[in-house]
Design a protein around this ligand. Structure first.
Ligand code: TZP
Ligand code: MG
Length: 219
């Protein structure tokens, strides 16, 4: 069913998928478990996947998530997002330009942009009114994305947050130990790959993050 209006979205516990880290459990089953712990948004990310398989996976995730009011965003692949009627697209600095993505996905889907520094925020200035949220990091070194760039720390995260009115989700090396610091720095939530995808118990791992986000908001 096509979208009527942009879905509301909550960046609190933002799960980014990883097929390798999900292992034999698989991406859809890992997401199924994780959402019991309080995941608020899911991004399907698989830079190596072939289109047909990725659309099938995106459709399976939409079927799982939409009844629960959890949006599905597709990393980079506008075509896959449209084919599977996902809720949005997330792009990085070298992916298709946000203006082109917005033209393709229309006004009513969520559009996220990765911004790793103030310089990248400045370079993206013309696109920012087309975007719904920023993903900023890596907060710490991460083995999950080899080209993620240098870690910017909580201080670097705070610098970007202070320079924009857009909601910012912290990404890269985020786990239960630095979630509260990210939220205290003004992040609207935390985006994680390994902390949940590689966990023995994805629901428990997501729940810990959700609790940390809630605790930090009360501080
Ligand atoms: N974008 C910036 S860092 C990163 C992505 C997708 C990987 C984050 O993975 P992890 O395992 O949460 O550090
Ligand atoms: Mg990308």
């Amino acid at each position: 069913m096509p979208h009527q209006e942009k879905p509301r979205f909550d960046l609190s516990v933002y799960l980014v998928t990883d097929r390798r880290l999900a292992g034999h459990r698989g991406v859809v089953e890992t997401v199924r478990r994780a959402i019991d712990g309080g995941v608020t948004l899911v991004q399907l990310r698989d830079p190596d996947a072939e289109g047909r398989a990725l659309v099938e996976e995106a459709r399976a995730l939409v079927a799982l998530l939409r009844p629960r009011g959890i949006p599905l965003i597709v990393n980079d692949r506008v075509d896959v997002a449209l084919a599977a009627e996902a809720d949005g697209v997330h792009v990085g600095q070298k992916d298709m330009h946000p203006a082109d993505v917005r033209r393709l996905i229309g006004p009513d889907r969520i559009l996220g942009l990765s911004v790793g520094s103030l310089a990248e925020l400045d370079a993206s200035a013309a696109a920012l009114d087309l975007i719904d949220y920023l993903g900023t990091g890596p907060v710490r070194r991460t083995a999950t994305k080899t080209d993620a760039g240098a870690a910017i720390g909580i201080a670097g995260l705070a610098t970007v947050i202070e320079a924009t009115t857009l909601p910012v989700v912290a990404i890269g090396g985020v786990d239960r130990t630095n979630t509260a610091a990210a939220v205290e720095a003004g992040a609207s939530g935390v985006a994680v790959v390994s902390a949940v995808m590689a966990a023995d118990d994805p629901a428990a791992a997501a729940r810990l993050l959700a609790e940390e986000v809630a605790r930090a908001r009360r501080l």
